[in-house]
Write a protein that binds this ligand. Structure first.
Ligand SMILES: [Zn+2]
Length: 93
């Protein structure tokens, strides 16, 4: 099963603003802390500020779980369903 090309959102580049002067900042490096947490090394692009700082990028929670997860849940749910229930469901499709 392929899920390629099923995005339903507009892709926008991530923007980091300087926490000191709110100017646009550039990400110069990243450091992976775990599968769900990364550190971003940033440089403020405002020459009068020129701050260097780290920001964290962390997964908070899923808005929609991965399709593989929901597919597997449905397959497992269907597999455990009594035969009569399966037949009743299939008759509706
Ligand atoms: Zn700044």
């Amino acid at each position: 099963m392929s899920h390629v090309g099923t995005t339903d959102y507009e892709e926008r580049p991530m923007r980091v603003t300087c926490p000191h002067c709110r100017s646009k900042s550039r990400i110069t490096d990243t450091n992976t802390i775990s599968d769900s947490v990364r550190e971003l090394y940033c440089i403020c692009q405002n020459a009068d500020c020129d701050a260097r700082f780290k920001m964290s990028l962390a997964h908070m929670n899923d808005i929609r779980p991965p399709k593989t997860e929901t597919d597997n849940l449905l397959i497992e749910f269907f597999r455990r369903m009594p035969l009569a229930e399966k037949q009743r469901l299939l008759a509706q499709t």
